[in-house]
Design a protein around this ligand. Sequence first.
Ligand code: GDP
Ligand code: MG
Length: 179
Amino acid sequence: PADPADPYRVVLLGAGGVGKSAFASIFAGAADSMDSEDCEPCGDKVCEKDIEVDGETATIILLDTWDAETDNDWTLERYLQTGDAYLLLYSITDRASFLRASELRITLRRLRPVRHTPIILVGNKCDLVRRREVSTSEARACAAVFDCKFIETSTAMQHNVWEAFYGIVRQLRLRRDSG
Ligand code: GDP
Ligand code: MG
């Protein structure tokens, strides 16, 4: 959006079970939201909320509406075109979900050729250290190839989840401010 007051549409992507709904509920339950009732009318899959990042308020509409198990390619393509920015999740305990994230990144690049569509590769469940199947260095290298940011999170420990949202807002502002 060109106007700072316009909401940003942020889309949660990733294989089933990686933690998208957990991400969405942390976002929805934010105590520092300007109006904690915001999410009620939207249901639990779409949540609109004002958050403050670097002293400036941003309105985010978070979408978690894609059913990775049942939806077909056409629904996915449509879903992939609805965002201003994307949180591309995998679980560090599930190599297949990491490969799925790579596929989604490739599809996204095809559908959203705009170079500066903000995408953050999110390695969730980093609390489950003993079950790790994807190393931090491999994921970071992958993010570099994919031209996106990278962060490891744990919704269970509430670790870095907000940093991921703040990162998305900062990237959206950079894009906005650079024209
Ligand atoms: P979704 O299918 O991507 O929406 O995944 P969910 O949010 O439903 O999470 C799937 C399962 O993983 C649930 O049992 C969550 O409690 C669990 N989970 C999600 N995030 C984490 C995390 O960071 N750490 C751990 N240990 N479990 C998590
Ligand atoms: Mg879910």
